[in-house]
Design a protein around this ligand. Structure first.
Ligand code: ADP
Ligand code: ADP
Ligand code: MG
Length: 602
């Protein structure tokens, strides 16, 4: 169908992107046979590198270190089990034809081998139509570092330095960066040389990536990296390489496919600054990264646009038929400031992009990635491929975020109410003795969050679960997001945005959809409140309170008829009636002040 479409539209060439078809040699051949130009490596090199066992044999022959393991023909459980024992546990079982992290099983004990093997074979047969596997030594605390290579039809071959893709979930990359933290000139020379050897062995042309698993237990070493596989296509993470080399890799792909020489010699290719990419995926990290499908009702990167390479627009539907990748956020910096390294500048900019992104319709991994890249360990560049998995609970916990989102919404409502002329919403904060308190109750997913706001001379304080936290609301800068500052966490403001009718709060990359169950200016527990207000709209049928009278907590003050029932409204505490705001027969709105108490005179 693709080839027919190409012919019908008069297309001369086919660029396969970086999906399944890009590494399918049969498709490449079919394109070429149809008289079109194939923008990618030759079908032969795709084939040679397509199988993990064959690729490792080629690498080994070229003198490149590979992970110790079994890559034999025999595929019976007994042979494979014996091989695993010889290699020594823990081992990885990997589908020979695997890709995208599928068909891989980690086995830590001999007793678990048979089951893991059967399940790897099942997945491999289903996903790749080939159930053969290899068995490899599992490298402890490994990092994933890869080298971008490029060849042309004239025998020229260059590398474009490395990328670190160690932040993975389910053995799939999530955060990628270039250059690799802690890389030295010496190790870089060894890794790029080895990558060129592998590429040369298959007369590689066009864009390709040589992947290594790297010993991450200490500093990077020239003898601490092992060839994993070669990806014979453009990679999802190629933008970080573009950012640090200033080159357009897709342009190079077209030029090479058209028969041109590589635009630059190795000596002309420079590495400058730093770049980090975050893959925004439609998934729920807390539910084992379950893909989230639906229509993208909103997809907005923040106002100062980062590079955002997206496969979707607002309004598009994300279906379960394709990958969950929505798009990629890329930040780079090459200002080379002495006192603030490039890596940390782009890390902070990317963090800000993640905390300001607004997505509605599907859940995403934005807040998950935000938390990962704002950890001190990531900041120091100390991580390995188990980093995300080890700290999963910490990166997926949303409890605190939900409460802060509720505070944000209450604060914004309160500040807006202060500006309106609606008398019951007006909150001038005047109180004879006690500070003004307001209670907001929000409901989400059958759980409710209470926020007690207390207006003080300097701003607001909130009561959450008994703890008192000072908060400050700062108006948005330009058309940017709102900001709240928590006194308990003065390190960084929290950015949020409130959606219209739906009461959505976008906070730290997460969307919280609240159903407000009403705001009350009265303190919930009755300990300190001094206002008696109408809990629902109705008619005042009796007022038993008398101005100036001393009342006891629980004493009925006003009777309200609402929804065909009478409600006795009682004194929230002991005190003196300071004001009676209504008389019998009055129709009142929800929240209307009925009676106000003041402290008992000493
Ligand atoms: P795929 O074709 O699915 O990308 P890879 O062989 O590239 O498969 O492995 C995927 C990921 O699994 C790597 O990026 C690395 O994090 C991890 N991995 C692979 N082999 C090993 C190994 N021998 N030891 C530790 N981790 C490994
Ligand atoms: P904003 O648009 O809010 O200014 P940026 O994305 O430009 O945000 O930056 C986010 C954060 O990254 C800033 O708060 C700042 O701490 C840091 N940052 C950005 N650019 C630089 C720079 N050139 N030097 C130092 N820090 C920077
Ligand atoms: Mg791989």
């Amino acid at each position: 169908q693709l080839i027919a479409a190409a012919k019908k539209t008069g297309a001369e060439a086919s660029h396969p992107g970086y999906g399944f078809l890009s590494e399918n040699p049969d498709f490449a051949e079919a394109v070429i046979e149809a008289g079109l130009i194939w923008i990618g490596p030759t079908p032969d090199s795709i084939r040679a590198m397509g199988l993990k066992d064959e690729a490792k044999r080629i690498a080994e022959e070229a003198g490149v270190p590979v992970v110790p393991g079994y890559r034999g023909e025999a595929q019976d459980a007994k042979t494979l089990g014996a091989a695993a024992k010889e290699i020594g546990f823990p081992v990885l079982i990997k589908a020979v034809a695997g890709g995208g992290g599928r068909g891989i099983r980690e086995v830590t004990r001999a007793g678990e081998f048979a089951d893991a093997l059967a399940s790897a074979q099942r997945e491999a047969a289903a996903a790749f139509g080939d159930d053969r596997v290899i068995v490899e030594k599992l490298i402890a605390k490994p990092r994933h570092i890869e080298v971008q290579v490029f060849g042309d039809k004239h025998g020229n071959l260059v590398h474009l330095f490395e990328r670190d893709c160690s932040l993975q979930r389910r053995r799939q990359k999530v955060i990628e960066e270039a250059p690799a933290p802690g890389m030295t000139d010496e190790v870089r020379a060894a890794m790029t040389d080895a990558a060129l050897k592998v590429a040369r062995a298959v007369k590689y042309e066009n864009a390709g990536t040589v992947e290594y698993v790297v010993d991450g237990t200490g500093a990077l070493r020239t003898d601490g990296f092992f060839f994993l596989e070669m990806n014979t296509r453009l990679q999802v993470e190629h933008p970080v390489t573009e950012a640090v080399t200033g080159l357009d890799l897709v342009e190079w792909q077209f030029r090479v496919a058209a028969g041109e020489k590589l635009p630059k010699k190795q000596s002309e290719i420079e590495l400058n600054g730093h770049a980090i990419e975050a893959r925004l995926c439609a998934e729920d990290p807390a539910e084992g990264f379950r893909p989230s499908v639906g229509r993208l009702r909103m997809l907005r990167p923040r106002y100062e646009r980062p590079r955002f390479d997206a496969g979707f627009d607002e309004g598009d539907a994300i279906s379960s038929s394709y990958d969950s990748l929505i798009g990629k956020l890329i930040r780079s910096n090459n200002e080379q400031l002495a006192d603030d390294p490039d890596r940390d500048i782009c890390r902070r900019m990317l963090a800000h992009d993640l905390e300001c992104i607004r997505v509605l319709g599907v859940s995403t991994n934005a807040s998950y990635m935000l938390r990962a890249i704002t950890t001190p360990a990531f900041e120091r560049g100390e991580f390995h491929t188990g980093f995300l998995g080890d700290r999963h609970d910490e990166f997926t916990d949303k409890k605190d975020l939900r409460r802060i989102a509720a505070i944000a919404l209450a604060l914004k409502d309160a500040s807006e109410a202060a500006l309106t002329s609606d008398p019951w919403r007006a909150s001038d904060g005047w109180r004879s003795a006690a500070p003004s308190t307001m209670l907001w109750r929000f409901e989400q997913d059958d759980e409710s969050v209470d926020v007690v706001l207390e207006q003080t001379k300097t701003g607001w304080e909130t009561l959450l679960g008994g703890a008192r936290v000072g908060v400050r609301l700062q108006p948005p800068y330009r058309d940017g997001p709102h900001q709240i500052h928590l006194a308990s966490d003065d390190a960084r403001p929290l950015f949020f945005e409130c959606g219209g009718v739906e009461r959505v709060v976008f906070l730290q990359g997460e969307a919280f959809t609240f159903e407000p169950l009403g705001a009350s200016r009265e303190h919930a527990d009755g300990a300190g409140g001094d206002a008696v207000k109408a809990p629902l709209p109705g008619k005042v049928v009796a007022v038993s309170a008398k101005a100036g009278a001393r009342v006891k907590k629980g004493e009925a003050l006003v009777t309200l008829e609402a929804m065909k029932m009478e409600h006795a409204l009682k004194a929230p505490r002991d005190g003196v009636i300071a004001e009676i705001a209504v008389s019998a027969g009055a129709q009142v709105k929800e929240g209307a002040l009925l009676v106000r108490l003041e402290e008992e005179a000493a």
